[in-house]
Design a protein around this ligand. Structure first.
Ligand SMILES: O=C(O)c1cc(=O)[nH]c(=O)n1[C@@H]1O[C@H](COP(=O)(O)O)[C@@H](O)[C@H]1O
Length: 287
């Protein structure tokens, strides 16, 4: 039986629950604020509480791998539990591991995060294209053949990203070419061509980047794939910023908030209310 592509599954989830992804970022300070120990057991209780609050109620969750890896193998086992919980509850899981390496090694990362049967394989993976977009080919191939997706870093929410992402490439004749971000977006657009309602190769474009897409000549409307927008909430972006950054591309935006929602915990009802409010705000901003 043919698998349903990630882009289709995400579009359905966004239509049902609104354009919000809840980031699961168990910072040591949040574990402490929730009265949990900074160890694998605290991490597990934190993460399962977030899933209890939002699973089946938001379009996606995005566990940030570093916060699990810092607890060693027991932390990674908790990440596996979250991936399994997503599958059981029908909640899309974007594993935010930001992998990127030479193609032969990228193949192994793809096997870990995108292969059917791998305990770390959610529905999509964040990847870094800064070893060259072509180095991601093994991940692109496995994602597309398994009905999974990728979110390729394009214009990240941190200001340090400019020196790489806003830099101009050199044309064959030696003249100044497109920006690096625009080149990454064009690669994604090519992979998503003809997909409906949208393709499975998304981009990460921070909600904090202001008019960066325009300044770098990055055509977000042409991507025809999901645009993951972290930076909502704790990094200061809200409805106005989402509208400014995405303009006519706003229909494909999945706004992402971690601490802005997680700070409402550990009470499940309060977490659920915070996620609902964030989803409502994102929907209003992006409609
Ligand atoms: O890929 C990401 O998710 C990401 C890209 C980016 O440009 N900026 C960014 O903040 N993120 C992630 O999004 C989350 C933001 O968390 P909050 O600032 O707490 O909402 C973190 O897990 C970041 O690693």
């Amino acid at each position: 039986m043919a698998v349903t592509p990630f882009g289709t599954r995400l579009a359905t989830a966004m239509a049902a629950h609104g354009p919000l992804c809840v980031g699961i970022d168990p910072h040591a300070s949040l574990l402490d604020a929730w009265g949990l120990s900074d160890d694998a057991e605290g991490l597990r209780r934190f993460s399962l509480t977030v899933m209890e609050a939002v699973a089946g109620r938001v379009a996606a969750v995005k566990p940030q791998a570093a916060f699990f890896e810092r607890h060693g193998s027991r932390g990674v086992a908790v990440l596996e539990e979250i991936v399994a919980a997503g599958r059981e509850t029908g909640t899309l899981v974007i594993v935010d591991a930001k992998r990127g390496d030479i193609g032969s090694t990228m193949g192994a990362y793809a096997e870990a995060f995108l292969r059917d049967g791998s305990s770390l394989a959610g529905d999509a993976l964040t990847v870094s294209p800064y070893l060259g977009f072509g180095s991601l080919t093994p991940a692109v191939d496995l994602a597309l053949s398994s009905g999974r997706g990728l979110f390729v870093l394009c214009l990240t929410s941190n200001t340090e990203g400019h020196e790489v992402q806003h830099a101009r490439t050199t044309r064959g004749d030696g003249g100044t070419g497109a920006s690096v971000a625009a080149v990454m977006a064009a690669h994604a657009a090519a992979l998503n061509a003809d997909a409906t309602p949208m393709g499975s190769i998304g981009l990460v474009v921070g909600a904090t980047v202001g008019d960066a897409a325009g300044r770098t000549g990055t055509d977000l409307t042409a991507v025809n794939g999901p645009l993951l927008a972290p930076g909502v909430g704790a990094q200061g972006a809200g409805a106005d910023e989402l509208r400014e950054v995405f303009g006519a591309a706003r229909g494909q935006v999945l706004a992402s908030s971690s601490r802005g929602v997680l700070r409402a915990g550990p009470d499940v009802a309060a977490l659920r209310a915070a996620a609902g409010a964030a989803a409502h705000e994102a929907a209003a901003a992006l409609s």
